[in-house]
Design a protein. Structure first.
Length: 404
């Protein structure tokens, strides 16, 4: 469970500064009673050294004075990333809206509301922060709104499903944004997609599914992890998985799993840890995780003996496709603002979101609910987005066939 703290002496530097100041100080003025110093002649040529005897070496100077002291330079002035006063004047008395690209009650909504409780304390000017749900098309509607129609002044933050980037890559219908131009504030969790099944299905491992046993999973539709992960397993590994789309969120899919309408469910592993804990624990659990995305299996009690999907790939092409589908999970639940938002407000919001995600009260709320918190910086999220968007065209064509 979460917690992240980062923070950080000087004494020898004072002594060194003293030495430098002494070395660089101008010579003391001569005493008024002393005889004036006789100026050295400037026109007479220097007397050559006698050739009969070698020149007497100069006495060795102490190490500290062997090299000339450097000229004192003005120390660099540390400037803040933004004008806090100007940002505070802008946000004072305003309302910041978090547009959540998912319905109420799910993990996105819960995280957003936990953040909204603490975020006003971290934004200069302490604005009011509210949450608005705008579900639809796996966050495409919310992303479109933030990109096109919502205010571009820093009072609107999008909180969208990370797979919206893949939707742009494959040219999904309805995409009216460029994910590479969004300004990313942070992401909330570094996780991985995983697939689980009821133990009464008789399926004991993903290997059995690769060898022909059918696994039926529910899905909210293309563009969601619930669809894209099992679709990638089918295409890249030949897994015998049947995907049943049309469920309105993972909560409904879990009910369908209990009612035996489907055999399994693919979602983020951190979500399984929260919602399926009781079913995955104990000496006789009713659920079992079959596989997890990525190159390595995390060290977790629910994942003992569970293979990482990339270790099952037989070709580089299959591994590349699986890695591409997994990439958005490295920046799960990202916070975004429109490209036109002024840079200093973006920097202020980046600092505010990361501050909130490290806040003691926020982390206490997350801990109570069993929610994972492992944020990335806005720069890191942007880099992941750029890497996904720079996928070679040949790979994109294969991905389109898998995810559409």
């Amino acid at each position: 469970m979460p917690s992240k703290k980062l923070l950080h002496g000087i004494v020898p530097a004072l002594a060194l500064a003293g030495l430098l100041m002494a070395a660089c100080a101008p010579a003391a003025a001569p005493s008024p009673t002393a005889a004036p110093a006789k100026p050295a002649p400037t026109t007479a040529p220097a007397k050559p050294a006698p050739t009969a005897a070698p020149a007497k070496p100069a006495p060795e100077k102490p190490a500290a004075t062997q090299a000339p002291a450097p000229k004192p330079t003005e120390p660099p002035v540390a400037r803040p990333a933004f004008d806090e006063q100007a940002v505070a004047e802008f946000y004072k008395g305003k309302t910041v809206r978090i547009i959540v690209g998912a319905g109420p009650g799910g993990s996105f909504d819960i995280y957003a509301r936990m953040v909204a409780k603490q975020l006003p304390r971290y934004i200069p000017g302490n604005p009011t922060v509210i949450v608005e749900n705008q579900p639809g098309a796996v966050s495409i509607l919310a992303a479109n709104a933030v990109y096109n129609t919502e205010r571009k002044d820093g009072t609107v933050i999008g909180y969208v499903v990370e797979n919206f980037i893949l939707q742009q890559v494959i040219g999904a219908p309805g995409v009216q944004f460029d994910a590479g131009k969004f300004q990313y504030l942070s992401s909330t969790v570094r996780t991985a997609g995983a697939c689980q099944t009821r133990t009464d299905t008789g399926i004991k491992s993903i290997q059995e599914v690769l060898e022909g046993k059918q696994l039926i999973v529910g899905s909210t539709g293309p563009g969601s992890l619930t669809n894209d992960v099992p679709a990638a397993l089918k295409a890249a590994l030949g897994a015998n998985i049947k995907i049943v789309p049309g469920y309105d969120g993972t909560a409904k899919m879990r009910l369908a799993l209990e009612a035996k309408e489907v055999d399994g469910l693919c979602s983020t592993f951190d979500e399984m840890v929260v919602f399926d804990r009781e079913k995955l624990e104990g000496s006789n659990p009713s659920r079992k995780v079959l596989v997890i995305m990525g190159a390595e299996t995390p060290n977790h009690p629910y994942l003992k003996g569970v293979p990482a999907v990339e270790t099952l790939a037989r070709t580089d092409e299959a591994r590349q496709l699986l890695r591409l589908v997994h990439a958005p999970a490295e920046m799960t639940k990202p916070w975004v603002v429109a490209p036109e938002v002024p840079k200093e407000r973006v920097e202020a919001l980046r600092k505010a979101v990361l501050g909130t995600l490290a806040d003691k009260e926020f982390l206490a709320d997350a801990d109570k609910g069993g929610w994972t918190v492992s944020p990335r910086s806005g720069e890191e999220v942007a880099q992941i987005a750029r890497s996904v968007l720079s996928t070679p065209p040949a790979t994109i064509e294969k991905l389109k066939a898998i995810l559409k």
